[in-house]
Design a protein around this ligand. Structure first.
Ligand SMILES: [Zn+2]
Ligand SMILES: [Zn+2]
Length: 767
């Protein structure tokens, strides 16, 4: 008789709500093994019994063939005494104590569901809420843990007989799939007029017709309301833009499939990576180069060579795109800078003046979650906004957090981060913490994450800026240890964590604004940094920001400050031949005087402001409508074929000061010489890249470090990033870039968390 062995097995990671127990059941029974499998607070537990050969096959297949949404972080198997069990069973869920199990992100409709959706013989044929264990809503519908139907927004829908049978059958694809439903028992679509009255006719077909007729529709999606319009119809897209009071910021477009996306955009050198990202389970918006012949209305992304494309990620989107028959603009349902609307009443009230009709449904959205935004760089995904489809899956970090950490993030593009053990749970995109609604999302979001992941923070990390609402929130908490983290140090730390590194490195943090430790505003920083601390090795030479925040909104003020500060500049105080001066003549001398006297003119080393000055001098833009707009348009203007670079001097310090103003002198001289603005814009970009190269060479000479980490929102600029990386690599540097976490302020919370964790490992916060 064959010797039987029995193993106690534990699987941790994302193993609940992803079909893991039925997978184990099918695997074990297929191999003739007995025992049981169940869920508890730590993940999935199982005992299996049978011949040694079958048991090893089981263990091999357990990780190799796991269901698509599972993310196994650890499997442990311990030999125990055989019990002679006769069958394999699915055990009742264990008691819920401290939950360390992970919650899956919302996931695009799977191939099996799409097949059923298109099959006239299937009972879910054409049903816009079809889902299964491998796909569908998760994070956006979860109210509390454990992840079980009564604690989701599906609680109100009682399953019909056939759905319940599938839900309880371990061999079924919908076994314990919490959002399981069908036309008989699940959510339904309705089409409403802006007053909330139900419009006659089949809602989906009518929505598609209205879109084809050029109307603007509000469509309730997975994480909030979208506004939709026919992407090829200029009248419709222009109306949407005008009604939304969104002057320039590009709209995203949803295409039915990859082939349709390829008709709109070039996939460039990164074809495979771009296609993989577009079709990945998170289904983010992917920024791609627009084809010259793309049939897209001019108002979709004015003055932009890129287009943000996404593919359908819910059955509703699939059906809608099919019915419309061409790509649609699909942009956040909000009014100008307010957060995306996700509650039905708020949406009707807020979007009533924008949408001609509302395509809605009765499944509530629990957490507002914006679409994620990505691009491909060097064959790898690069997250720009990490939200729907990614959140709340954690980033695993290299070193354990000794105590639970809450990191409150920055002010703009805010995210927060809760961390415990080796997991950092970075929140969905909260937005700019400038109004009551986003502040409420921030505080409620923190409470929600604390409950979901059972994290009770003992260390709270925050920015040093005393006026950030996120900082104020941290300072008001009681009975915790506070960890203040300098903004640019947090940027570099987030890049380190993104790469599983801990430094030390030469960290180049180029962004718009961050609170410095010397009373000036930083933003063009060369830091020698590891996770615990940093030294300011060098920075851009500071200039005044005349008018403070006004100088951020009006880039011409930065042009005035830079030109005035440079005695050698041919555009300096004694001349008035520059267009930027003529255009702003009325206020120019007052602003210059403000800069000279230092009245409401804080000093800044910001790289973002340097780009602003260049953009204003070149006539790209004197005032902006959204953050970073002048720099974005300067990049769009640049001639991709031009390789020249303006030189910039470095005062050796330490800390060294790189003279950004020298680049502007190059701009002014070339303008005077009649060089094309496209060429000048390119030479400015290459000049900044050369300045980064020179700064890193000097830092390497002084500190003996060969690795550079690039972080900060300025590195969303592809032209700059590509040139900086190639220059640094040519000099033998190892270059760390962001991939999973944004280089912009959306990544700050992770950086703060890992810095706080590293300092806590040194027991810096304990008596
Ligand atoms: Zn499915
Ligand atoms: Zn049903």
């Amino acid at each position: 008789m064959t010797q039987l062995i029995r193993m106690a097995i534990r699987a941790e990671g994302i193993v609940q709500g992803v079909g893991f127990r039925p997978f184990v059941y099918t695997l074990a029974t297929g191999l003739g093994l007995t025992g049981h499998v169940g869920n508890d607070a730590d993940g999935v537990f199982a005992e299996i019994e049978g011949p040694a050969a079958a048991v090893s096959k089981f263990l091999l297949a357990l990780e190799r063939d796991a269901p698509p949404l599972a993310r196994i972080e650890q499997v442990t198997a311990t030999a125990i005494t055989p019990r002679g069990s006769r069958s394999f069973t699915i055990a009742a869920s264990g008691p819920v104590g401290r939950t360390s199990t992970l919650v899956s992100a919302d996931t695009a409709t799977c191939a099996d569901c799409l097949r059923e959706l298109a099959d006239p013989a299937d009972r879910r044929f054409g049903y816009p809420f079809i889902n299964c264990t491998n796909c569908g809503p998760r994070f956006t519908i979860i109210r509390d843990v454990p992840y079980d139907r009564p604690l989701t927004t599906m609680a109100d829908f009682e399953m019909c007989g056939p759905c319940a049978a599938e839900y309880h059958d371990p061999a079924d694809r919908r076994f314990h799939a919490q959002p399981t439903c069908c036309p008989a028992c699940g959510p339904r679509l309705r089409l409403l007029d802006p007053a909330g009255n139900v419009l006659p006719g089949p809602p989906l077909a009518r929505t598609a017709e209205l879109l084809r007729e050029g109307q603007v529709l509000a469509v309730k999606g997975l994480g909030g309301y979208h506004l939709a319009a026919d992407a090829a119809c200029e009248k419709a897209v222009a109306a949407l833009r005008a009604r939304k009071h969104r002057e320039d910021k590009p709209f995203a477009v949803m295409a039915a499939d990859l082939a349709a996306a390829r008709r709109l955009c070039e996939f460039d050198d990164d074809d495979d990576a771009a296609a993989a990202l577009l079709t990945s389970k998170g289904r983010p918006i992917v920024l791609l180069t627009r084809r010259p012949d793309a049939d897209v209305a001019a108002s979709t992304a004015p003055g932009n060579r890129s287009l943000g494309i996404m593919l359908p990620y819910t059955p509703l989107h699939h059906l809608l795109l099919q019915a419309v028959g061409r790509p649609i603009v699909l942009t956040s349902g909000n009014v100008s800078d307010e957060p995306i609307l996700f509650r039905d009443d708020d949406a009707l009230a807020g979007l009533g003046g924008i949408a001609d009709a509302f395509c809605v449904h009765d499944r509530a959205i629990h957490v507002r979650t914006d679409d994620s935004v990505t691009r491909v760089f060097g064959g790898r995904p690069m997250l720009i906004r990490r939200s729907r489809g990614y959140v709340p899956e954690p980033l695993s970090v290299a070193s354990t957090f000794p105590r639970p950490v809450l990191a409150c993030g920055a002010e703009l593009k805010n995210t927060f981060c809760l961390a415990r053990d080796r997991h950092a749970f970075i929140s969905h995109h909260i937005g700019d913490l400038e109004n009551a609604e986003t502040l409420r999302s921030f505080t409620e979001g923190i409470e929600h994450f604390r409950r979901l992941f059972d994290i009770d923070p003992q260390v709270v990390a925050h920015d040093l800026h005393p006026e950030y609402l996120s900082t104020k929130y941290a300072l008001e908490l009681a009975d915790i240890d506070l960890a203040g983290v300098q903004h640019h140090h947090a940027h570099i730390a987030s890049c380190l964590a993104d790469n599983g590194a801990d430094g030390p490195v030469i960290g180049v943090a180029f962004d718009g604004t961050g609170y410095g430790t010397d009373g000036t505003i930083w933003g063009g920083e060369f830091l020698v940094a590891d996770l615990t601390g940093y030294e300011r090795a060098g920075h851009l030479a500071p200039v005044p920001m005349p008018g403070g925040a006004a100088a951020i909104r009006q880039p011409w003020r930065m042009a005035a400050a830079y030109l005035d500060a440079d005695p050698q500049s041919p555009g300096g105080p004694e001349t008035d031949h520059l267009d930027v001066m003529r255009r702003n003549q009325a206020r120019w001398s007052a602003v210059v005087a403000m800069a000279r006297k230092g009245i409401n003119a804080p000093l800044t080393s910001s790289a973002g402001r340097l780009f602003d000055a260049a953009a204003a001098i070149l006539g790209v833009r004197d005032a902006i409508n959204y953050e970073g707009q002048a720099a974005v348009e300067l990049e769009q203007l640049a001639d991709p074929g031009e390789t020249g670079a303006y030189p910039a001097g470095i005062e050796t310090g330490p800390p060294f000061r790189a003279c950004g103003g020298d680049l502007l002198r190059g701009v002014v001289e070339d303008l005077a010489a009649g060089i094309a603005p496209e060429v000048i814009a390119a030479r400015f970009h290459h000049g900044v890249a050369a300045l980064i190269e020179a700064g890193c060479l000097l830092a390497r000479e002084r500190h003996g470090l060969g690795t550079v980490a690039l972080s900060g929102g300025v590195f969303q600029n592809q032209l700059l990033l590509r040139d900086a990386v190639s220059r640094l690599e040519a000099r033998g540097f190892h270059v760390l870039l962001h991939s999973r976490i944004p280089c912009n302020d959306g990544g700050i919370s992770l950086g703060q968390a890992v810095v706080a964790g590293a300092r806590d490992r040194l027991a810096l916060y304990r008596p």
